[in-house]
Design a protein around this ligand. Sequence first.
Ligand SMILES: Nc1nc2c(ncn2[C@@H]2O[C@H](COP(=O)(O)OP(=O)(O)OP(=O)(O)O)[C@@H](O)[C@H]2O)c(=O)[nH]1
Length: 202
Amino acid sequence: MSAHRIDAKVVMLGKESVGKTSLVERFVHHRFLVGPYQNTIGAAFVARQVQVGDSMVTLGIWDTAGSERYEAMSRIYYRGAKAAVVCFDLTDSSSFQRVKFWVKELQNCEEHCKIYLCGTKNDLVEADRNVRQVDYHDVQDFADEIKAQLFETSSKTGFNVDKLFQKMAEDFLNTDFQVIPGEKGVDLGQKKNTYFYSCCSH
Ligand SMILES: Nc1nc2c(ncn2[C@@H]2O[C@H](COP(=O)(O)OP(=O)(O)OP(=O)(O)O)[C@@H](O)[C@H]2O)c(=O)[nH]1
């Protein structure tokens, strides 16, 4: 098996059921899984290459469990992450409060990690504006304050999902957030054991 070079470690964070796994499924497998919701246990790992101009960036994505029961474990997965997608459900205001918790964690513990705020389930608010519980402008103000980028996505329709990860890959290549002295990418050919630490109920 040939070795895959992981250029950028990405971590998905956010309250349970906001749609982290669905976002990753849409981006990596181009599908939206229907059926009963199953919460993630521990974390799951997937990788996908993204083309940026003539270059390929491999995003190695850790999808963490949103349940507060697994909070300590989720901390393990954001260590060394170059980017974090901090998700909230546009139809659940409490999920945005949880975003603030994760942002504080990242600011305190992973200062080199670039933050992307992601409002999920955009299809639901498109279908009925009354179900929106998180105001776009409030989140944009918060994003400006913490120097994060904001995306509203739908894993059901695919809206903005590729755009989010594409922007992340472009930022990774085009800005200095990849330059951390002495750091190297992870070679999965040599680190297969990583898979033993990842488990997921999906
Ligand atoms: N309508 C709609 N439903 C979504 C969308 N994304 C996720 N869902 C639904 O929301 C529920 C939770 O989705 P998951 O992707 O499992 O959420 P999660 O954040 O990974 O949850 P945890 O594993 O508990 O942390 C599922 O029933 C999904 O079908 C979306 O874009 N639109």
